[in-house]
Design a protein around this ligand. Structure first.
Ligand SMILES: Nc1ncnc2c1ncn2[C@@H]1O[C@H](COP(=O)(O)OP(=O)(O)OP(=O)(O)O)[C@@H](O)[C@H]1O
Ligand SMILES: [Mg+2]
Length: 272
């Protein structure tokens, strides 16, 4: 039997005293679009970083197509669109430079871009509709354009897996539509996609499956099942689809206890 594209098995991550992931387990098969949903601080970005091998789990393991993350990354197999807050936008790199970073794995140690590298960058910029911004410093793009630049980096890289941490945050309808179309095209070409979002209404159109995270995977299954209000209430503590949020979400919300018994919830895809 072939290995799943993403295997996260009982992964626990602490930042000092803070427990960010608590025996989280998740399996995503190749060419699926999987949406990751959870409240602020539920561990979404930490899960991406664990899959990338950027944080080391205290326990558990991550395998990408049966290999450790470092090996999969070395092959250039994983494209990563970080959450905006995790990027230094002042860095003196042009949009073209950022997308060219996706080609490093294809270049020799001199890092001198070949014709093929330049063509791949131009093609990727064209696909995300950013060709006219190629020479602009990356920080001087709008929010949606920045996300598209990182998607272009993954495309230029020829990634077979794309991890996108809130690519729709602060993005207008046009960028949202462009990113959604690209993700669907990439998945139909065989790329596996894990994408976190707070846009619950858009999730069923975008994703084949959805995951509710609260330090661990509370539920994983078809979006229309996972997004049922009673399930969301367990992850967010309120009926987010059918009610307006009561004021701003607190920065330290006191996360719901994932150990509370949750009737009908399963962490197995498709089973509920
Ligand atoms: N570098 C860090 N040092 C210490 N604690 C951290 C660090 N990064 C994250 N945390 C903590 O780990 C927990 C999970 O954070 P994480 O960023 O993974 O959540 P998230 O689901 O991505 O949240 P958001 O929706 O706000 O992006 C939070 O309690 C957060 O405060
Ligand atoms: Mg995050």
């Amino acid at each position: 039997m072939s290995s799943p594209a993403i295997l996260v098995e009982n992964v626990t991550v602490h930042y000092g005293e803070v427990l960010a992931l608590d025996a989280a387990s998740l399996t995503v098969e190749a060419a699926r679009i999987c949406g990751l949903v959870g409240m602020n601080g539920s561990g979404k970005s930490t899960l991406f970083k664990a899959i990338m091998g950027m944080v080391k789990p205290d326990a558990g393991r991550v395998l990408i197509n049966g290999e450790p993350p470092a090996k999969a990354r070395k092959r250039g197999g994983i494209g990563y669109v970080p959450q905006s807050e995790d990027v230094d936008w002042q860095f003196p790199l042009s949009v073209h430079d950022v997308v060219m970073m996706g080609r490093y794995g294809h270049q020799g140690f001199t890092r001198r871009p070949s014709r093929a590298d330049r063509d791949a960058v131009d093609l990727a910029l064209d696909r995300v509709e950013l060709s006219e911004f190629a020479n602009r410093q990356i920080g001087q793009l709008s929010g949606g354009q920045k996300k598209r630049a990182f998607v272009a980096r993954g495309i230029a890289q020829g990634a077979t897996m794309m991890l996108l941490d809130e690519p729709f945050a602060g993005v207008d309808k046009r960028s949202e539509a462009t990113i959604t179309r690209l993700l669907k095209e990439l998945a139909s070409d065989g790329c596996t996609i894990l994408v976190s979002t707070h846009d619950l209404h858009a999730l069923p159109q975008l994703c084949d499956e959805a995951v509710l995270l609260m330090r661990r995977v509370l539920m994983h299954g078809p979006p229309e099942v996972v997004l049922q209000p009673e399930h969301l209430a367990m992850a967010f503590g309120l009926d987010v689809l059918n009610r307006d949020l009561p004021g701003p979400i607190r920065s330290d919300p006191g996360l719901p206890d994932p150990d509370l018994p949750i009737a009908g919830l399963s962490n197995q895809p498709g089973r509920n």
